[in-house]
Design a protein around this ligand. Structure first.
Ligand SMILES: NC(=O)c1ccc[n+]([C@@H]2O[C@H](COP(=O)([O-])OP(=O)(O)OC[C@H]3O[C@@H](n4cnc5c(N)ncnc54)[C@H](OP(=O)(O)O)[C@@H]3O)[C@@H](O)[C@H]2O)c1
Length: 249
């Protein structure tokens, strides 16, 4: 079954984790796929796994003028954009006392400001119908220590799923949030923790999940395929939690 046959799909942060697995599943469902990432070696490695037909577009999600350049690059290659999965995210967690203005602004730029201006820049290319998926987090719904700025950024992004849906409905553009719970990806290794603390955190996280385990990138990618495809044509302005029960149980 090819649920995304012929659709053009851009995934930000597609060189690792949830984004990379979503790129795999989008391709398997018949989509044309473009991925972004900051590190060009990581992008190339992802391209080798995904195949030569995938467009590799180096871009920093927190660079606002860069979002316009990304949209221009994409329109040079593709006639339209049917699916936009805004997935790249800054996952920095730290205690309140350790935040400074620069780190705060960097995180907000990557998780909220850049995504907002990317949707704006891509507006002329977005097809009718089109699906925009914003990667939130269950952290926006709970009070996890050290997640203050991260959770606030994701709450803002999830709010955009509602407001932009209201604004873009007449253009046939559905915007929805996709909120992972703890998921086995490289993100945990990017928190800057020593190995022993990382393992302890992994254990703490497992204990937090009612289903008793972390999710897999594949479980998140399946939800992204649903939201990207016409199977979700009546789903608009909402949030799909794929979180093992963290947000509700
Ligand atoms: N894993 C979890 O437990 C979990 C839970 C809730 C929500 N999420 C959300 O899920 C999304 C994906 O996370 P993941 O776990 O799959 O992480 P990951 O495995 O670390 O992958 C992150 C991807 O985003 C890219 N990226 C990071 N910062 C970027 C930036 N400023 N500009 C462009 N690309 C950037 C990375 O490539 P480069 O570093 O090379 O740029 C990489 O391709 C994030 O939005 C995260 O907040 C994850």
């Amino acid at each position: 079954m090819a649920r995304l046959n012929g659709k053009y799909a851009l995934i930000t942060g597609g060189s690792s984790g949830i984004g990379l697995e979503t790129a795999r599943q989008f391709l398997a469902e018949g989509a044309h796929v473009a991925i972004t990432g900051r590190d060009s070696d990581n992008l190339k490695a992802a391209g080798q796994q995904l195949g030569s037909e995938v467009l590799l577009l180096p871009s920093d999600a927190g660079d606002v003028p860069g979002q316009l350049r990304l949209a221009q690059q994409l329109s040079a290659h593709w006639p339209q954009l049917d699916v936009l999965f805004i997935n790249a995210g800054d996952v920095t967690h730290r205690p309140l006392a350790e935040w400074d203005e620069a780190t705060f602004e960097q995180l907000l730029a990557t998780n909220l400001k850049g995504p907002f201006f990317l949707v704006q820049a891509l507006l002329p290319l977005l097809a009718n119908p089109a699906s925009v998926i914003l990667c939130g987090s269950v952290s926006a719904r709970i009070g996890l220590p050290q997640s203050s700025v991260y959770a606030a950024s994701k709450a803002g992004l999830l709010s955009l799923a509602r407001t932009l849906s209201g604004e873009l409905l007449h253009r046939g553009i559905r915007v929805n949030g996709l909120s992972p719970g703890p998921t086995e990806t490289a993100a945990l290794g990017k928190l800057g923790l020593p190995a022993a603390e990382q393992e302890q955190l992994r254990q703490d996280i497992r204990n937090l999940v009612p289903l008793g385990r972390m999710g897999t990138p594949s479980e998140l990618a399946k939800a992204a395929v649903f939201l990207a495809s016409d199977e979700s044509s009546f789903v608009v302005g909402t949030e799909l939690l794929v979180d093992g029960g963290v947000g509700n149980l």
